[in-house]
Design a protein around this ligand. Sequence first.
Ligand code: NAD
Length: 260
Amino acid sequence: MEIIDLKGRKGLIVGIANEHSLAWSAARHFSNAGAELAITYLNDKAKPFVEPLAREAGNSLLLPCDVSRPGQLKTVFETIEREWGRLDFLLHSIAWARKEDLHGRLTDCSADGFAQSMLISCHSFIQMAKLAEPLMDKGGSLITLSFYGAEKVVDHYNVMGPVKAALEASVRYLAHEHGKKSIRVNAISAGAVATRAASGLQHFDELLNETRRRAPLRRTVEASEVGRTALILASDYMSAVTGETLYVDAGFHIQGMVFH
Ligand code: NAD
């Protein structure tokens, strides 16, 4: 049970790979709050990992969705329209870049690699906003996941820095465009959490250590703290918050120089 009640609300979750995914933590909180969920999995290889979690989340729709495959995202929304006729919130929790781009300098990133990363990690959110619009005629909440590397240089974040910066700017423009319909659009800028996506970043352990050393709370962030924030953003408790990037990072982003 949650203090927040989402009974009767319907939400789409894109980005569960396994039980460590930030999207899974959010899904658990949504489900505990009584929401009905549509959960997607990337492909047949991912399905066995996601299916048991979707079952645990209760009466959810389970649908394939690789946003880089033309038509798959549209099919997800068509199914939601057919099954539910509306949508109250969605969580976009996906990011991808080619290994060579993620591990190499931004300077060396190919046009193709940059475009592909933008398409999957940023434009897919814009696409979701478009597809959700007709299903949210009574308002709604669109939530995405970002990282501090959007704003300041974080060593080894490389191409994902500009991609997340574009995502955060898109949040503001989408919030502007959808505000009249009471559709709120926000990003959660999460602190470093060990997940599959995070394991693709070089020196990720150092980032965790640096967070423990520098963040005001002197610790890293739990996935559940990100999930709980998504729950509040999906609820009416955040009814006046839109276009925001909300930091859930133990305060890491406020620090300038720290001496110990
Ligand atoms: P994760 O690996 O559990 O989730 C990433 C998800 O992206 C996976 O479910 C994967 O299937 C999905 N994905 C990749 N390509 C896709 C495609 N073409 N179509 C559909 N889905 C696709 O890792 P995570 O850390 O939970 O990442 C979720 C989000 O959180 C990402 O946007 C990530 O950048 C962001 N984030 C993570 C951290 C962290 O430290 N873990 C910090 C800040 C922000």
